[in-house]
Design a protein around this ligand. Structure first.
Ligand code: NAP
Length: 244
């Protein structure tokens, strides 16, 4: 039987990279999208291949409509796409809202919200049985910031991620009879490069488990929702936040 084909937007580092490696170990072929870190993407591709899967790296800006469509088309060279993870995300330089530059807000919403909507649209156009596709499973990366607000750090990012929770509910219901499940994973503080230096140490006393999570812990939840073990779960957001 052919391997299921998975595209990961933002698969070169952090949570997306951990999910790519776990997926490779579990028998997926994996297309690894990245923005600028070609070496990191190549390392993820090598790990998937070492586990026996096929894998390619695809550069592309997931904030741009034309590039998102191109990334989907290039990923399909591995075979018909049946599984997707949207992990490309940025917070912008941390501050209160009254100190943030307009450009930071725009860039954050372009990647996290606009890009996520276009990603889902392109997915449905290709995967929905209504459009002749085979169906599949999609996991979007939200954030606990969507419910706690990103206070004093990145309220614009929190708002951009709240939109992800909402689009998952709505689009999942639109395509529930068309073979596609769509869910979100909402991480708390996870130890990756996304944080400004010193942030994780600063917020540590407020973390219920007294530690941040690992990208691998989030990847386990993503792979569960992607899989047939989650066949009756759609439109859901799963918190992976250590109680935060
Ligand atoms: P990360 O370590 O900073 O990695 C970000 C990934 O996204 C990289 O692969 C990066 O590619 C890619 N990326 C960024 N902008 C992109 C763009 N415009 N087009 C394509 N790829 C782009 O971040 P992370 O911590 O793994 O976060 C992954 C997701 O989880 C994000 O959506 C984030 O908001 C969410 N999240 C993270 C945390 C946390 O504590 N870490 C908590 C809640 C939610 P390059 O390597 O090429 O730069």
């Amino acid at each position: 039987m052919p391997c299921p084909v998975l595209l990961i937007a933002g698969g070169s580092r952090g949570i997306g990279a951990a999910a790519a490696k776990l997926a490779g170990a579990r028998g997926y072929d994996v297309a690894v999208n990245y923005l600028s870190n070609a070496n990191a993407a190549a390392s993820v591709v090598a790990t998937v291949k070492a586990a026996g899967g096929n894998s390619i790296a695809i550069q592309g800006d997931m904030a741009r409509e034309d590039e998102i469509a191109r990334v989907f088309n290039e990923a399909a060279k591995l075979g018909p796409l049946t599984h997707l993870i949207h992990s490309s995300g940025v917070t912008g330089k941390n501050s209160r809202l009254d100190a943030v530059e307009t450009k930071t807000i725009q860039e954050t919403i372009d990647v996290n919200t606009f890009g996520a909507l276009i990603f889902l649209r392109e997915a449905v156009r290709r995967m929905s049985t209504k459009h002749g596709g085979k169906g599949g499973s999609i996991v979007m990366l939200s954030s606990m910031a969507a419910v706690i607000g990103g206070v004093n750090e990145y309220t614009w990012y929190a708002a951009a991620k709240a939109a992800v929770d909402t689009m998952v509910i709505g689009v999942a219901r639109e395509v529930a009879k068309e073979g596609i499940r769509i869910n979100a994973v909402s991480p708390g503080a996870i130890d990756t490069d996304i944080h400004e230096p010193g942030r994780l140490e600063r917020i540590m006393p407020n973390l219920p488990m007294g530690r941040p999570g690992t990208a691998e812990e989030v990847a386990e939840a993503i792979l569960f929702l992607l899989s047939d073990a989650a066949s009756y779960i759609t439109g859901a957001t799963l918190n992976v936040s250590g109680g935060r």
